[in-house]
Design a protein around this ligand. Structure first.
Ligand code: HEM
Length: 578
């Protein structure tokens, strides 16, 4: 007995070491990637706990892009479906590069696939109670219901359109000034486009102009002349006015999401990043600003004693508030203005409406500067579509912009969305064990449907028809396919056809393009986005020729933040008509 007692104690350190080693081995094996059978993957990556993370990070460091790396894995492994290991201790991500499968899952298989874990991890810490990152269900529907009025013609045409228009005219004044000062030199336009998108969505959201563009103009109005680079091909840099502190706070919060998108452990990253004093202060300022705006809106609505009709409704916020009033009445409770959900739905509206449209417009400006023939045709189409404004030598009104039917213009916008690919991926989580392209997909797998490669803007990777789902097979002819030899070209004509009456019309079924996702979780703000792009593009191309810029200022490299943005968007402006 004495012997075993002594031996136990003398062997304890060894035992502890043994247990620790065993635990580490178990942990190591738990952390090693567990490939899903039947789906191609990088074999080297499967042997390391870090999986594909080093490869993805190296790519990101070199290019600033992540989504392109994901699509490149399908091309590298020559398969429309692959898996990658980028989340330690988690199931692999499945990547699919095929438009028909993407559309089938989004539109027809929403019982099997819903909002992804990736989206929730990246979006929820920023948007909190906003419905975007919630799984579909009563809570998500109730929060989305607060926005119900915002895509009605009443809101879009009567409230949003005039505000969009005002903000766009500020851009026109700014660019007229810049064109004079730049004297034929190019300048970086991304910030201006982002500002006009923020001005427009802000005005629509809270009913007030935030004036980021106007403050840039104000600054330039006090600049008599600029020191210009010697070479006319080199870019001129304009002084930049300070932004209002509310705008800085909103931008800091929005940019936080970019940090989550590029992290392999977004939850952990946010834990640190969101607690940085400057970021914490930005979140607080944003909340305070929105609560203040909601209270002002409530006071105004009450003063105008107009809670039963829409005459005094001037913004998205007023509509959201009126919804809350109705819901509170129904639930027999007092109004809850500082309820996070109201603020968060409003902030989500600002965020979703800012980044996405400004990214698409930045891509559009690049494409049109690089395709002078398309730009010329677009200008002609706009002028034939709004002849009264040409005859009276004036700007088109927002009524004319909203109501004109200009198929070529619509085709240009579709093509900017297709080739720019602001939403390079639609992510879904499998709710049940299911099948994709003939392969078993375990329940709880994040599946990424890429829109930035094969079958959208690059030749498709062949797929055995029998491996597709029944719904996918039966919908085969609902949408056309792009001609592989021209699929990568920017060519709006692909969207046009002559109808039975011999008229030129837009054909949205001509080929795949899914910029707004689809099905029950498709983009809520699509109509607003089209309205904004129509307004901004009409005013730009009505008033300016976007001249080509030197190739070094016109690369097509991107940076993946909340959206897939161009790294460069330089413009060289000439007044039109000259
Ligand atoms: C070119 C501009 C835009 C693009 C490319 C875009 C793209 C998208 C995409 C891809 C989704 C996810 C769809 C899915 O998972 O199936 C989405 C969702 C959403 N978008 Fe947009 N969007 C744009 C503009 C807007 C605007 C202007 C607003 C608001 C004013 C908005 C509000 C939303 C909201 C609220 C959702 C979440 C819908 C839900 O989860 O039920 N978007 N958008």
């Amino acid at each position: 007995m004495a012997f075993s007692f002594v031996s136990f104690f003398s062997s304890t350190p060894a035992l502890v070491v043994g247990l620790v080693v065993a635990a580490l081995v178990l942990l190591y094996h738990a952390a090693l990637p567990k490939p899903i059978p039947g789906i191609p993957y990088n074999h080297e990556s499967s042997k390391s706990v870090l999986g594909d993370i080093p490869s993805m990070n190296a790519y990101k460091k070199e290019t600033q892009e992540i989504f392109t790396w994901m699509t490149a894995q399908c091309q590298k492994l020559n398969s429309p479906i692959v898996q990658v290991f980028v989340r330690p201790f988690s199931t692999p991500w499945v990547i699919i590069t095929d438009a028909r499968e993407c559309q089938d899952v989004l539109l027809r298989r929403s019982r099997e696939f819903d909002r992804s874990r990736f989206t929730t991890d990246v979006v929820q810490p920023i948007l909190r109670e906003h419905h975007f990152s919630f799984p579909s269900g009563p809570k998500q529907k109730a929060h989305r219901a607060l926005l119900s009025d915002l895509m009605t013609p009443g809101f879009l045409h009567e409230i949003a359109a005039p505000q969009l228009y005002e903000a766009t005219l500020d851009l026109l004044s700014l660019w007229r000034k810049k064109a004079v000062l730049a004297r034929d030199h190019p300048f970086e336009a991304k910030e201006d486009i982002s500002n006009v998108a923020l001005d427009t969505i802000w005005a629509a959201a809270v009913g007030k102009q935030v004036g980021t563009t106007a403050s840039q103009l104000d600054l330039l109005n006090h600049v008599p002349a600029l020191q210009l680079p010697e070479r006319v091909t080199s870019a001129v840099v304009f002084p930049q006015a300070d932004y209002p502190s509310d705008v800085i706070a909103i931008r800091d919060v929005i940019n936080t999401m970019g940090v989550g998108v590029s992290s392999p452990l977004p939850k952990v990253t946010y834990l640190f990043y969101k607690n940085l004093p400057s970021i914490k202060a930005a979140f607080q300022k944003k909340d305070l600003m929105l609560t203040r705006a909601l209270r002002e809106s409530q006071a105004r609505l009450e003063k105008e004693n107009d809670n039963d009709n829409n005459d005094s409704v001037k913004s998205a916020m007023d509509y959201i508030l009126k919804r809350e009033i109705v819901i509170a009445k129904k639930e027999n409770r007092p109004l809850q203005l500082d309820r996070t959900v109201l603020q968060d739905e409003l902030f989500g509206f600002l965020l979703a409406g800012h980044e996405t449209t400004s990214t698409t417009m930045s891509w559009g400006i690049k494409f049109l500067a690089d395709h002078q023939d398309v730009q010329k045709k677009l200008r002609q189409a706009l002028q034939s579509g709004i002849p009264a404004a040409v005859a009276q030598r004036r700007q088109p009104t927002y009524h004319e912009i909203v109501n004109a039917t200009i198929p070529y213009f619509e085709a240009v916008i579709e093509e900017c969305l297709r080739c720019g690919g602001p939403a390079a991926v639609h992510a879904r989580l499998s709710l049940v064990e299911t099948e994709l392209l003939g392969v078993r997909i375990p329940k709880g797998t994040d599946v990424f449907f890429m829109t930035n490669g094969p079958s959208f803007i690059a030749p498709p990777i062949p797929i055995e028809e029998g491996s597709r789902s029944k719904t996918c097979q039966s919908s085969k002819h609902k949408i056309g396919t792009w001609d592989s030899s021209r699929i990568s070209q920017f060519d709006p004509e692909r969207w046009l056809k002559i109808d039975n009456e011999g008229k030129l019309v837009i054909n949205l079924q001509a080929g795949p393009n899914i910029p707004f996702g689809g099905g029950p979780r498709g983009c809520f703000g699509k109509k607003f986005a089209y309205l904004e792009m129509r307004t901004v593009f009409t005013i730009i191309f009505w008033n300016f020729e976007l001249l080509p810029v030197a190739p070094k200022l016109s690369t097509y490299s991107a940076v993946d933040l909340v959206t897939h943005q161009p790294q460069q968007c330089f413009v060289r402006l000439a007044a039109y008509p000259s």
